[in-house]
Design a protein around this ligand. Structure first.
Ligand code: HEM
Length: 108
C-alpha cells in the first residue's frame, strides 16, 4: 500500500535535492575536459594529466548524480512526497525532471 502523502518534503529529501542540483550544475559548467580527452584520443594523442583528472571528476560526479537519484526515488516510494498542486504545470515540470536526471549521466 502506498504511504500517506506527507505535508512537506523531509530534510534528507531537501538535502538530496540541493546536493543533486549543485552536482548537475558543476557538471554542466565543468565539461570541457571531457571534450578535450575525447578529442585527444580521437587524434591518437595522450590527454594532459589535468584534463584526465577533470574528466574523471566529471564522470564520477555524473555517476554520483545517478546514484543519488536512485536514493531519492527509494525515499519517495517509502516515505512519499507532498502532492503536486492539481491542474498546475508543476507536475509536468517534475515529470520532465525525473526523466532528465537518469538520462544525463546515462547518455554520455
Ligand atoms: C549529471 C550528469 C552529467 C551532466 C550534467 C553532464 C554534462 C555534460 C556536458 C554539458 C557536456 C558537454 C557537451 C558538449 O560540449 O557538447 C558533457 C560532455 C561529456 N560528458 Fe557529461 N555530463 C554528465 C555525466 C557524465 C557521465 C556519467 C559521463 C561518463 C561516465 C560523462 C561523459 C561525458 C563525455 C565523454 C563528454 C564529452 C563528449 C564529447 O565532447 O565528445 N558525462 N557532459
Amino acid at each position: 500500500m502506498a504511504p500517506a502523502a506527507p505535508a512537506s518534503y523531509s530534510i534528507p529529501q531537501k538535502a538530496l535535492h540541493w546536493l543533486m542540483a549543485l552536482l548537475i550544475l558543476f557538471n554542466l559548467i565543468f565539461s570541457d575536459a571531457m571534450g578535450e580527452v575525447a578529442e585527444a584520443y580521437e587524434r591518437g594523442k595522450v590527454p594532459s594529466p589535468g584534463d584526465l583528472t577533470f574528466a574523471n571528476i566529471h564522470a564520477d560526479v555524473g555517476i554520483a548524480v545517478l546514484c543519488l537519484g536512485l536514493v531519492r526515488l527509494a525515499i519517495r516510494f517509502t516515505r512519499g512526497a507532498p502532492p503536486a498542486p492539481a491542474e498546475s504545470l508543476r507536475s509536468w515540470h517534475s515529470l520532465r525532471i525525473w526523466r532528465m536526471v537518469p538520462s544525463m549521466p546515462c547518455s554520455s
